[in-house]
Design a protein around this ligand. Structure first.
Ligand code: AHR
Length: 329
């Protein structure tokens, strides 16, 4: 099945570039931006490498920059906001043409983004939003609607338990504290399930979007909670770690404990096709081609849409089986 990466843009459709090659180095190395040749220089600060989703996202950005002929200065923040702020300041010093980044957390960006604005360097947010009300600090935000993703997870659950009156005990593995996908997937899900009091989130803790922490936190949930009916994990990796913990506890994931995750990376989709996960809400990491298109436009002085929304779907086990042969990540 062909993945849909159509984009709802306030006014238009973005062209996807072909993926090829690779690129990227550290924020402090490479050519200086802004001068010398005609190549656009893009400084990109990535969150880290916490999940399969992130790996696919990095690949998409590096490959599409190479394919678009954009000089990419890639910096890995290793999950730390201070590293991202440092990288952005380094991009400003190097006078790159455009800065893009995927913010580790939502808050605390106004000072450094004002510095970029004062330097006349346009900024594009990718994947994750910031909570600053001053939208003049960035030109565009490209990525998913995480609240909607949480709602889709909740809607599946409501339907799954339709007509049943017994309490449904849910444990939740949250993403990185303060990150937009953690905040929004939590609130979207809570908004939907609150309509029926049989749904109870009996434990909710961060698993940092990683497999290791997902497993460790699920182990503690299994020890502390006498009855767990459902696990809602904010990404596939935490769900996959939790599956290991559930199996080690002698329970059958997907049957004894129903599992809902977000992302739909290959490993998650495989577990879904095997019945170990029951439902996945898709979140696309393939943002590179659209980002490069925006970078070119903003560098040309064209007006770009403030919000570029990635269109995504959901998967049941049967749909995962059908989609897996063509899954790119
Ligand atoms: O911001 C997107 C989220 O970050 C993905 O869902 C998760 O896997 C990643 O680490």
């Amino acid at each position: 099945m062909l993945r849909r990466l159509s984009i709802a843009v306030a006014g238009g459709l973005l062209l996807a570039s072909t993926l090829a090659g690779c690129g990227g180095d550290d924020a402090g190395s490479g050519n200086s931006g802004g001068g010398g040749d005609d190549k656009i220089t893009l400084g990109f600060s990535q969150v880290g490498a916490e999940s399969g989703w992130r790996t696919a996202n990095t690949k998409s950005i590096q490959e599409s920059a190479a394919s678009a002929g954009i000089d990419l200065k890639f910096s890995d923040a290793q999950g730390k906001q201070e590293n991202q702020i440092k990288a952005i300041r380094s991009f400003i010093t190097q006078r790159v043409d455009v800065i893009a980044f995927s913010p580790v957390v939502e808050s605390g960006w106004s000072t450094v983004l004002k510095e970029a604005k004062d330097a006349g360097i346009p900024v594009i947010l990718t994947d994750r939003a910031i909570d600053d009300p001053d939208t003049s600090l960035y030109k565009s935000f490209i990525g998913s609607d995480f609240v909607e993703e949480g709602k889709k997870a909740g809607e599946w659950l409501v339907k799954e338990y339709e007509g049943k009156s017994e309490p449904v005990n849910i444990v939740e593995l949250q993403g990185t504290p303060g990150a937009a996908p953690a905040n929004d997937r939590k609130s979207g899900f809570a908004d939907v399930i609150k309509a029926d009091t049989k749904f109870k989130v009996v434990a909710s803790q961060t698993g940092q979007f990683t497999r290791t922490d997902g497993k460790a936190v699920m182990e503690t949930f299994l020890k502390s909670q006498p009855k767990i009916d459902v696990l809602y994990a904010h990404n596939d990796d935490m769900g996959l770690g939790a599956i290991e913990a559930i199996e080690a506890a002698g329970k059958k994931p997907g049957t004894d404990i129903k599992i809902i995750t977000v992302d739909a990376v290959k490993d998650g989709m495989t577990a879904l096709s095997e019945g170990k996960i029951n439902f996945i809400v898709e979140c696309s990491p393939l943002l590179g081609p659209q980002l490069m298109d925006l970078v070119k436009k903003v560098n040309n002085g064209e007006t770009i849409p403030q919000r570029v929304l990635t269109e995504e779907t959901t998967f049941t086990p049967e749909q995962a089986k059908a989609a897996l042969p063509d899954r790119k990540y």
